[in-house]
Design a protein around this ligand. Sequence first.
Ligand SMILES: [Zn+2]
Length: 323
Amino acid sequence: MEYQQARPEYKDMNLLLFQEEFRTEDDCRQWLFHTRWPKGFQCARCGHDNYTQISTRNLYKCSNCAYQASSTSGTIFHKTKTPLLKWFWLIFRMATSKTGVSIAEMQRELEIRDYKTIWVMAHKIRKAMADRDAQYKLAGLVEIDESFYGPSTSHTRGRGAENKAKLIIAVSVWTDEDGEEKPGFAHAFVANDASAETIGSILQRLGVPDDEITPLIDAIRTDGWQSYKAVAKGFGLVHHRVILTDPKDAMKLLPWTHQLIANAKSVFSGPHRGVSAKHLQSYLSEVCYRFNRRFWHRQAFHRLLTACVSTTTVTRNELLAHT
Ligand SMILES: [Zn+2]
């Protein structure tokens, strides 16, 4: 059964309010129950509204037909052996931290014995972040640029850095009433290359359909690299090319993509030092998720908690498999 969240009402929360609302395992269980059944329990099979709770297993049994419903199925908490309170704390910390949390530190604070356990929990939360952001398209003018990430990043710019992972960043840009430019929604992807084909397929995912339908994205702003020229021509987009004579100008001329790159670099050199190629996208999605919600800091926890109950989660085996 799906969680119904057409119009969730996000609540403001800070550390004190969080501690007040979620003190026990039962507080967390109650939140899940009320979120799944906002109008009270209703049996998915027979529609009856009387139930009994089955011990402490997040299971509710219909008093009429004995159907058992779980308040955690379809959420990242399904079948977890870790107390919900620890999950909620980790979500609170990941939602409200500006740069991401250290998992080793959280392992100690939450007294979780096995590092892999909390590592998998954090990845499930990141997956929820990525799933939520994947629902958003970009529109209007989109600034695009690439960056590189590698173990010995010297921050050199240039498309010849073959051993490094390529990051492609796209930020929609809009202008407010005073004519001031503002960043809108952002997406970032780990890519094999910066070819026109790769960039084209990314733009198609973000808001440029491959047929007659009017694209959401109508213009791009780039450094004028040939792939962007080809893509703009192919999709019929207006192409604003900035002239970068000094790489330092990138921060001024392509400000929003570079803001995001700076955020990612500070995360990758801090709490998530030594990110492996396999999980790079997941960490990058976390950086984007946070960037995209920078104006909703007080709602951050409730927004992320809500995302965590409406995601298709990843399994421990999928996360730990070596590819
Ligand atoms: Zn029933």
